[in-house]
Design a protein around this ligand. Structure first.
Ligand code: FRU
Length: 485
């Protein structure tokens, strides 16, 4: 397998854009998981992704590549990496990218298979370097071997390096598993990106979450430091960290001299079903933007006959307010807003649809007010057969997401709950829909629920419902094709 073969296969099998979402990144054909190498280089935003072109299932990992001027209209670039060298023959796993000395540098995990002392085959994961011009990348080989980790740290789970530069020193944080199986993030530093020195455990290894912390990201934001990671196999606690692989963040204080991170409590990054392996980049204008794989390892749904599998979330601007991260779609989305439909103070006493408020590719904000109701529902992607329901339970202060009737044929998780609070007497919900996905931003990004739905596009009604009396304001824009801008 090499990149030439992959590009040729894509040329012959590329899925028609009309079968895809409008503004979310998808693979040209085949399977996609984690975002990789999210970075700015040569005046463009680059996004790479875990990619297996030859099937809609996970396979030996390549790095697919797209670029964009605005993070909504993306162009496919040649496949950047394929598992074609002895040090990455079992896969080019996740990693990151940055500009260094005018070149675009990729740091990724090269996976090999090796027999352990008992003769059992196992994965061995090492960190590798590739350098390129924004289109083509040349592998430079292994830069950090797992042998450099302290005794007892996992050699099989040592992956997903995130690199950054601070005052002329390069740093690299990677996901790992400590001696007792606790997830952790290990830190290295380097003067030239080639020779690296182990600096210690940046966070974890303390029983916070068992099993590997995949895909770490570490950055300063609004006067604090943020560690994002994706621990495997969590146990749900109340409405957070629902079972399975999950994306969390910690805010805290970074002691750069001693390379330690004094972290606060963990928080969920998303309260829907499909969100993992988030990665961020800083834009030249100072914004910190996050993108994640809009799918889950445990329930990856694929409609029969679909030749592509996996989407990214919309890129989201991050800010910290109080002790929480707020996420909002990048403001560039406003350029793609089509017709506006607006309603003020509409009374909902039973169920009601509003003329012009429907569709599957849209940006819609609903504000719910009133004291005389128990539950308020918003059904989207709705027709006689299908619906996805968001229920606001006012008294309990909860928002429920239910995709039982979103076309699923396997018995997967269909309901999630998040705690919500009204602000200024109203609950504000912004829905971003793009054919097969719904991202709901609560109260200007305080919480988000991300969900994929593979239902027929004809299911496009939006229905409001109330068991008492509520009033709503609605502003809805269709999103027009990003190709036209
Ligand atoms: C996370 C992950 C990473 C790994 C990649 C392999 O989703 O398991 O830890 O690098 O996917 O595709």
């Amino acid at each position: 397998m090499n990149t030439v073969q992959a590009d040729e296969y894509i040329r012959q099998n590329r899925v028609d854009d009309r079968e895809k979402p409008v503004f979310h990144v998808t693979p040209p054909v085949g399977w996609m998981n984690d975002p990789n190498g999210f970075s700015v280089y040569g005046g463009k935003v680059h996004l790479f992704f875990q990619f297996y072109p030859y099937d809609t299932k996970w396979g030996p990992m390549h790095w697919g590549h797209v670029t964009s001027g605005d993070m909504l209209h993306w162009e496919y670039e040649p496949v950047a990496l394929a598992p074609d060298r002895e040090f990455d023959e079992a896969g080019c796993f996740s990693g990151s990218a940055m500009e260094a000395d005018g070149r675009h540098v990729i740091v990724y995990t090269g996976v090999r298979r090796e027999a352990d002392e008992n003769g059992n085959e196992r994965d061995v994961q090492n960190q590798c370097l590739a350098v390129g011009d924004g289109s083509f990348y040349e592998k430079k080989g292994l830069i950090i071997s797992g042998e450099e980790l302290p005794q007892g740290f996992s050699r099989t789970d040592f992956r997903d390096p995130k690199v950054w530069e601070e005052d002329g020193v390069y740093y690299l944080a990677a996901g790992n598993c400590g001696e007792n199986g606790d997830g952790q993030v290990v830190l290295f530093s380097s003067g030239d990106l080639k020779k690296w020195e182990y600096r210690g455990v940046l966070a974890g290894g303390d029983g916070t979450f068992h099993e590997t912390w995949e895909c770490p990201d570490f950055f300063a934001l609004d006067g604090q430091h943020v560690l994002i990671c994706s621990p495997q196999n969590l146990k749900a606690q109340k409405y957070e960290f629902h079972n399975g692989h999950n994306n969390v963040y910690f805010l805290g204080r970074y002691d750069r001299e001693n390379h330690t991170f004094e972290k606060g409590k963990p928080h969920s990054l998303d309260f829907g079903f499909d969100f993992y392996a988030a990665q961020t980049t800083a834009l030249p204008d100072g914004r910190r933007v996050l993108i994640a794989w809009m799918q889950s390892w445990h329930t990856n749904l694929l409609p029969e006959g679909q030749k592509w599998h996996g989407m990214m979330t919309v890129p989201r601007e991050l800010t910290i307010r109080g002790d929480r991260i707020f996420q909002n779609p990048v403001r560039e989305i406003e350029r793609y807003r089509g017709k506006e439909v607006c309603y003020q103070d509409v009374e909902i006493t039973d169920t009601k649809s509003l003329p012009g408020v429907s569709g599957r590719v849209l940006d819609m904000t609903v504000e719910i007010t009133g004291d005389h109701f128990g539950e308020f529902t918003i059904d989207v992607a709705n027709n006689e057969a299908y619906t996805t329901t968001y229920t606001y339970c006012k008294k309990k202060g909860l928002l429920l997401t239910d995709r039982t009737y979103s076309g699923l044929r396997t018995d997967v998780v269909c309901q999630r709950t998040m705690a919500v609070k009204e602000a200024g007497g109203k609950l504000k919900l912004r829905f971003l829909m793009d054919k097969y996905s719904i991202e709901v931003f609560v109260n200007d990004g305080e919480k988000v629920s991300t969900t994929v739905i593979y239902t027929p596009q004809e299911a496009d009604r939006i229905v409001f419902g109330c068991d008492g009396t509520a009033k709503i304001n609605v502003v809805k824009y269709e999103i027009i094709s990003t190709a036209s801008k």
